[in-house]
Ligand binder design. Structure first.
Ligand SMILES: [Zn+2]
Length: 384
């Protein structure tokens, strides 16, 4: 067995209504001044009032920062960190989708130890300490509550990541009640993103290990089994809870066994065409699964057998094809754009997308099969 390292968020709370009981966790740690990071959509949806009121009722001081935007720009991160310092916060709560959680990570870091963002992009460049950090996801999801990464949009419209063990949150709180109102489209996009995290972790060329394999497989079972229910019946808290847990387990897997070509080819769809992250992954997922099939057949077959016991005795070739068909069925059944042409991409844009995808070599290097610019163009053409 190859040697490996595994890191994750040390404490997981999976409990309905837990978002109303955050005070217990904070007060047990001796914290009194919470800085809550979220976005205006969640405030408008009324999801922030009750958790904030419960914290105040328990005697904590709470400041709410609600100006997080999708793909958070640097100035938002810096403004929020300054607000946390000004408020003398002694702990940070991220409550929202991936953008709020990513922002909360950097607020917790920069409020305790101001350092220029430009100095800390890339792996393991941030310096501690940071404030204690609780993450409460409202999508399932990015898995940001269990990853060491925070992605920021720079003023020149690049996405840069701060990757640091310091950014693993202290506590992840999964409260299915918070995700019940998420509409079917975003539920499907974020759910497929979580599935891609599990698939790419399980088939990654680097750092795949027994822990990430176990987590990815269980994550995919949960996500595959419950995505349809969460999309069709958003108020079904059993499905919602399974999706949140699946997303968290997939996050734990890919935090240690990194994602690959699906995320690499999704990347320019986000930066050039503002396609939401999960949708971008969904648009290119199946063509890349097919591209990887010659080298990933055995791994896909293992995943297929985990999803469908009826395939236990099937040959690898048959089971792997069944796996790709099952993933295709999730995309087809989802109320989301199905092709690149549906999200504003023109056929003449495809060569530039392929060119841009090749610059994401930090992810492409993890792909089980080498992928050239011509391969990327062929994949985008299939997805068009
Ligand atoms: Zn993702």
């Amino acid at each position: 067995m190859p040697s490996f390292h595994f890191e994750t968020t040390p404490r997981i709370v999976c409990e309905r209504g837990a978002a109303l009981r955050l005070a217990q966790i904070l007060q047990a740690g001796g914290h009194r001044r919470a800085f809550l990071v979220t976005d205006p959509g969640l405030v408008a949806a009324g999801l922030i009032d009750a958790p904030a009121a419960a914290l105040r009722a328990a005697g904590l001081h709470v400041a709410v920062y609600d100006r997080v935007q999708a793909d958070p720009p640097e100035h938002v991160v810096l403004e929020a960190a300054q607000a946390a310092r000004d408020d003398r916060a002694d702990c940070v709560i991220g409550l929202g989708g991936g953008s709020s959680l990513d922002t909360a990570k950097l607020v917790a870091l920069l409020a305790a130890n101001p350092q220029p963002l430009a100095d800390i992009y890339g792996p393991q460049r941030a310096r501690g300490p940071r404030l204690p950090l609780i993450q409460v996801p409202t999508t399932a999801g990015t898995g940001s509550e269990v990853t060491p990464t925070s992605v920021v949009s720079t003023p020149d419209h690049q996405k840069r990541g701060v990757i640091s063990s310091l950014l693993f949150p202290d506590v992840a709180v999964l409260d299915a009640a918070l995700t019940a109102a998420l509409p079917p489209g975003p539920t499907a996009m974020t759910g497929i993103d979580a599935m891609v995290h599990a698939i790419e972790a399980y088939t990654t060329r680097h750092k795949k290990n027994p822990m990430s394999d176990m987590l990815a497989m269980r994550a995919l079972q949960l996500l595959h089994g419950h995505l349809g229910g969460a999309v069709r019946q958003g108020g079904d808290l059993d499905s919602r809870e399974a999706m949140l847990l699946g997303s968290l387990l997939a996050g734990m897997a890919f935090a240690n066994a990194p994602v690959a070509a699906i995320h690499a080819l999704a990347h320019p769809l986000g930066s050039h065409f503002h396609v939401p992250h999960g949708l971008a992954n969904s648009l290119v997922m199946v063509p890349i699964l097919r591209f990887n099939l010659p080298v990933a057949e055995a791994a896909y077959a293992e995943l297929a057998r985990a999803l469908d016991p009826g395939l236990r005795d099937a040959a690898d070739a048959e089971a792997a094809l069944a796996f790709i068909a099952a993933m295709q069925a999730h995309v087809t059944a989802s109320p989301i754009a199905q092709r690149l042409r549906d999200v504003g991409v023109g056929e003449s844009d495809l060569p530039a997308l392929a060119e841009a995808a090749m610059t994401v070599d930090r992810l492409l290097m993890n792909n089980p099969r080498d992928l050239t610019r011509d391969d990327a163009l062929a994949i985008y053409t299939q997805a068009f």
